[in-house]
Every structure is written in C-alpha cells, then in structure tokens.
Design a binder for this molecule. Sequence first.
Ligand SMILES: NC(=O)c1ccc[n+]([C@@H]2O[C@H](COP(=O)([O-])OP(=O)(O)OC[C@H]3O[C@@H](n4cnc5c(N)ncnc54)[C@H](O)[C@@H]3O)[C@@H](O)[C@H]2O)c1
Length: 364
Amino acid sequence: MSGEKAIEVAILGCGKMGQNILRTLQNSSRVRAITVFDRNLEHMEELKATFGVKSAPALEDVLQDPAIKLVFVTASNNAHRELTVAALEAGKAVMCEKPMATTIPDAQAMVEAAERTNGFLQIGFELRYSHLYTTVKDWIARGLLGRVLNTQCTYCSSAWGRHDVWRVASKTSGGMFGEKLSHYVDLVRWWIGDEVEEVYATCAPNVIPYYEVHDNYHCSYRFKNGAVSHLTFMMGPAASFKGDPLQNAVSQQTGDGHVLRYMIYGEKGAAETDVFQRTIKRWEFGEDDYGQTSKWIQNETWDPENDFAYFHNTHDQALDIVRRVAEGECPSINPRDALETTQLCFAAELSAAEKRPVRLDELK
Ligand SMILES: NC(=O)c1ccc[n+]([C@@H]2O[C@H](COP(=O)([O-])OP(=O)(O)OC[C@H]3O[C@@H](n4cnc5c(N)ncnc54)[C@H](O)[C@@H]3O)[C@@H](O)[C@H]2O)c1
C-alpha cells in the first residue's frame, strides 16, 4: 500500500526460525532491507545466497547501524538474553522468539532492559495470532462462554530429531516447558486473563532416553480467580515426523498419533479446539425441567491451505510487529505478561523436580 512507512530489519540467528521469518519479511512492502547475522558463518552465508539479503560480519555491525530499527532474535534460547539486551541498549526494537530465556533472571533482565530503555520488546507467542485460538478469545470476550473455570489441553507430539542438540539439553534449551509448552500455557493465561497462583507438575521417566529435558508431564495450575487448568503432554508416541513443523505439519501429522486438543469450560458454555481434526466447536449451557442442557451453537472447520493462519501464525505475527514498530506502536504482548508465562514454565519445572506444588510468588 503506498504511503506505508517501511523500515530496515535484522535477523539474529539464521536457523529454521530465522529463515521462516525471512521468507515472510521478504514479501512485505513495509520492509526496506534485511540484514542477517549468525555466529555460524555457514548458516549466514546460506541465507545470504538463498535470499539475496545483506549479512553482518559481527553483531556490532547490526547494533551500530542506525538504519536498522527492528531485530528478530531467532537464535537458540541460551543466546536470547545477550542479543535482546544488546539490541535494546542500542536503541533497536526487538522481537524475541519464545521461550524468553533459559533462566528467570535472564528473562527479568530482558524486561528490565526494555523498561530502562523505553524500548519495544515482543516475545514470539504467535498462537495469540492463530485464528483457531483468537476465535476462542473472541468468544470469551463476548461473554459467550461466561466466566472460564476449567481448561484442559492434551498434547502428544513426535520427538525432535536426535541431533537437535541445543533443544534437548537443559542448559541451552531451558527445559521442555519453555521450549515447547510455553505456547500452551500462555494461551490459557491469555484467555483467562488472570494471574496463576500455584502449579503442580509431575513427570514419568523419559521414553526418549537421549533427552536431558523431560519428554512428558501432567501439569495443573490454579488461577487467583479460582479457575483451574490442566496440560498433559507426551513427546514420542506419535509416528516419527521429519519435516519442518512450522510448514505443513498438520497434514503430515494427522492420524499418526499426534493430538493437540483443548476443552475450555465456562459457566455459560464450552469450546473445543482440535488442530489435527481441524475443528473448533462451541456449545451453550441452559436448564430445563430435566436439569442442565447443552446445545451445539458452532461447529467449524478449515481447509488445509489455511493451517498456517489457524495454527502457528508466525506470518501475521511478524508482519504485525513490523507494522507496530514502523508506526511507533507498543507491542501487542506486554513483556511483563510474557514474563509471567515464563515464570509459570519455570514453576512447572521446579514442581516436577521437587515433587511438590510451587507458588508463583516463590519465583518472583
Ligand atoms: N514460535 C515457535 O513456534 C518456534 C518454532 C521453532 C523455533 N522457535 C524458536 O526459535 C529459536 C530458533 O530455533 P530454530 O529452530 O531456528 O533453531 P536452529 O538451531 O535451527 O537455529 C538457531 C541459530 O541460532 C544461531 N545462534 C546461536 N547462538 C547465536 C548467537 N549468540 N548469535 C548469533 N546466532 C546464534 C545458530 O548458529 C543457529 O544458526 C529458538 O528460540 C526456538 O525456541 C520458535
């Protein structure tokens, strides 16, 4: 669209996620130029050659370039703090992938850097842009479910590749909860709109022997307003999947043991989302002479070509962040809100390790 403000951006970390964002940004009229930086020169040169973008020999070259207004931090988790804080201090707006960081002090330092510099920091919780889950948010906001009291999420996923070393080591990933499950507790926090008070997580011994992080959890958490949520997760039982989970995963994984389903119960009605069945449903509660009634109100599905928009909508998230920075707007997710999700993840890890309920205020 003519008259739109365009900006220069940089991508710090040029692996799978960096490439994913690069593909989106290349087609945006709001992005004037893209610079890539990776400590692995091969990755950086590959991106430079494939996409014809600029590359920076050192991080300082990005930080000291006044034309670059926004950086996407898509490096592995243990580099998030260093890259985010340096970029904020150099006056750049930052989109940093989830999980925020591999420790709570690192995540807190990132939020403090954003506040100290009055900078822009948005964490990559793209499920808040997913049509599947924004529909639930909309139903809740319109009062169609009433006060949400109980949510359940069942998630079964195939394993990451054996060689994906940083993800499976606690120190570099920060744990399975942050790396994989932060999305699924963040959504519930967003829907319910209240603070989590206490979490209790348990794990069985791993099915995947070479993972240092846990590959399974049952996790319950209670909100201050009395609502409760449960997440049950298992990695491994689904048939092996070797594609790019951010591309066409839904078609490739349907019917092979993958499950990703939420039940969301309110006082007035309920909703169900099912990624692999491609369904979203809503029903309303009532009462008659017999007792409580419930009635189907909505039962929708979507076409496979819309999987991206309905599920991991990194595309709209990246474009929205560019637009917000170009227009001088705030992040759509406040960094303190993202920090609360991060604290919930670490509380769940601590609960599983110490085999006891953990109050969130223990970690603040
Ligand atoms: N939102 C989502 O659904 C989603 C999905 C996949 C990955 N991610 C996140 O994206 C990030 C990257 O994941 P990935 O799958 O692309 O990993 P990857 O291993 O494919 O790529 C990571 C890249 O970061 C580079 N890197 C590491 N430390 C660096 C540093 N200090 N400076 C510059 N570059 C550095 C590595 O050399 C590598 O090229 C992770 O934080 C991950 O959690 C998010």
